[in-house]
Ligand binder design. Structure first.
Ligand SMILES: [Zn+2]
Ligand SMILES: [Zn+2]
Length: 552
């Protein structure tokens, strides 16, 4: 009987973000990706959401490395947090490592971390793992799928991918290798990107966006053009730069990550922009509007991004005028729609013209749609299938594609964050769970627990009522108070009457407690209940009640 393989999913199955999977053979663990998630609107004050690493940290000595499939934050953004707890080498293509390096350096962990560059179609041992890196097209260059040759057969993880037959760098998804793996010993288990599983048809090629951008640049003759998109989307940057140069424009990168990534991609030979065509954003006003393209970050409405600041006329380097056209060369990530709409409104307020993906085909997705997934399944013909990288409905849609394409329904398993699977001679089964809650980060250090987040939601929704009083328990009397202050619940000046009534109610209850020589804790509870029920009866709101009981 061959050794079993265990797979533990710490994130990415049930949300788009914080992708992280652990594969285990004979007591060693290999991680695939280690990403973060950006918070939803209701996660107040939260900067980032991480996977729960407690299970991994417990098994820290067993981790032999992490392979990153590509350089997007939802795949690399949590590395710097996990590396604070355990040490391990990171394997990935040059650009993926280049994009991961920044945060690791900021955390002061670069010296203690090995970053190991791997080449296309390379195969190498990482501990007991026999790993192959297979090229894949996506919305960042140098993406890879990962084949792990295990005692239980080949496990193929697609990474994020689309099947772009005319990518900007002509580096195709290596479908023939996928086919060869299937033809050889077969693919025992496929784990594949589900992001667009519920979208019919085939994604557009990235090069088709190039033509649209070229035409737009032509139409915008005489006007300054400002584009917003992901700084890691090097191929989009290339196509924008090509179109700009064609029409005699110079290129000014705006935003720190755009400047940094352009420098890095040029150094790696992934981006071709001649020195003579690049200018500093400080020099932008020396050029006529029609001679400039500004490449900005911030297409997702992020509060402090270059585009958002530009829209609110707070950008240090650039002021919008009616001579400007802003092109949002991107698509909103679910959850960001309202922030982006606000930015678009503000861009119009500044007098600029705005073109977005609803108006022109200025964006193509980086994720395979249904027909591409069918093609992939038809080549891979896996014995077992687990959809990854998606919200639950994406995972369901992808599982249906798998069964349509011939994987028996009994061999398709929908797993969620925290699920632990076992692949052995008898097949694939769920064998347990590990902690996998959202871990919230606010500021540079420290986790924000779900209790804190719950409190913030109450504060934001209904405000807070603080009831302070001083008691003398020996003589069973209230020495002073209750004094009541509120924030965000009701206007205090208008509510004088309500506050007096609430104070009386609290006094009554506290006197009862004091008569039965109560503990401070139970006085506190009595205050919370008396104030809470009064507030909810009189205003139908549920602010946070904070009792502060002092003893004289
Ligand atoms: Zn991606
Ligand atoms: Zn992703």
């Amino acid at each position: 009987m061959a050794s079993p393989v265990h797979l533990t999913f710490l994130g990415g199955l049930g949300e788009i973000g914080r992708n992280c999977a652990a594969i285990e053979i004979e007591g060693s663990i290999l991680l695939i990706d280690c990403g973060l998630m950006f918070p939803d609107d209701d996660m107040l004050g939260i900067d980032l959401v991480l996977p729960d690493f407690s299970w991994l940290i417990e098994h820290g000595d067993d981790v032999v490395g992490c392979v990153v499939t590509h350089g997007h934050e939802d795949h690399i953004g949590a590395l710097s947090y996990l590396l604070r707890e355990i040490e391990f080498p990171i394997f990935g293509t040059e650009l993926s490592l280049g994009l991961a390096r920044g945060r690791i350096e900021e955390a002061g962990l670069l010296k203690s971390t090995d970053l190991v560059a791997v080449g296309d179609n390379e195969r190498r041992m990482i501990g007991p793992f026999d790993v192959e890196f297979i090229p894949a097209t996506h919305s960042v260059p140098q993406g890879i799928a990962i084949a792990i040759h295990t005692p239980q057969g080949t496990i193929l993880h697609t990474g994020d991918f689309k099947i772009d037959l005319t990518p900007v760098d002509r580096r195709l998804t290596n479908l023939s290798r996928v086919g060869a793996l299937a033809e050889g010993d077969g693919i025992r288990l496929l784990l594949a990107d589900s992001t667009n599983a519920d979208q019919a048809g085939h994604s557009r090629s990235e090069t088709s966006v190039g033509g649209v951008l070229y035409n737009l640049m032509h139409e915008q003759k005489g006007r300054r053009v400002i584009t917003a998109g992901f700084a890691s989307h090097v191929h989009r940057v290339q196509q924008l730069a090509d179109a700009a140069i064609e029409f005699g424009r110079v290129i000014a990168p705006l935003g720190r990550s755009m400047q940094r990534n352009i420098t890095m991609a040029r150094e790696l030979g992934l981006l071709r922009i001649p020195d003579t065509s690049l200018i500093d954003i400080e020099d932008v006003d020396r050029y006529e509007p029609g001679q400039v393209l500004v490449l900005s970050t911030g297409s997702q409405g992020e509060p402090m991004s270059a585009l958002t600041l530009l829209a609110s006329n707070e950008n240090k380097w650039l002021k919008l005028t009616p001579d400007d056209t802003v092109i949002l060369s991107s698509h909103p990530i679910p959850g960001n729609e309202s922030a982006i709409t606000k930015v678009i409104d503000n861009l119009f307020r500044q007098g600029a013209e705005v073109i977005h993906s609803g108006i022109a085909d200025v964006h193509a997705t980086g994720h395979a749609k249904a027909e591409e997934l069918k093609l992939y399944h038809s080549l891979a013909r896996p014995e077992y299938f687990v959809p990854v990288h998606g919200e639950y409905h994406h995972l369901v849609a992808h599982s249906r594609i798998a069964t349509t394409m011939g994987t028996p329904a009994s061999n398709v398993l929908i797993a969620e964050d925290g699920d632990r699977l076992r692949l052995d001679d008898d097949g694939l089964t769920k064998v347990g769970r590990v902690p996998a809650d959202y871990v919230y980060v606010h500021g540079t250090v420290g986790d924000v627990g779900s209790t804190v987040l719950g409190e913030r939601q109450i504060l934001a929704g209904d405000g807070v009522v603080v009831v302070t009083l001083c008691v003398d328990r020996k003589n069973s009397r209230i020495v002073s108070g209750p004094s009541i202050t509120t924030r965000g619940w009701i206007d205090e000046a208008e509510a004088a009457d309500l506050l007096t009534k609430m104070g009386n109610r609290v006094t009554e209850r506290v006197n009862e407690e004091l008569a039965s020589s109560a503990e401070l804790k139970s006085i506190e509870r009595a205050v919370r209940r008396a104030a809470g029920s009064f507030v909810s009866q009189s205003t139908r709101r549920r602010p946070m009640i904070v009792p502060i009981i002092l003893e004289s």
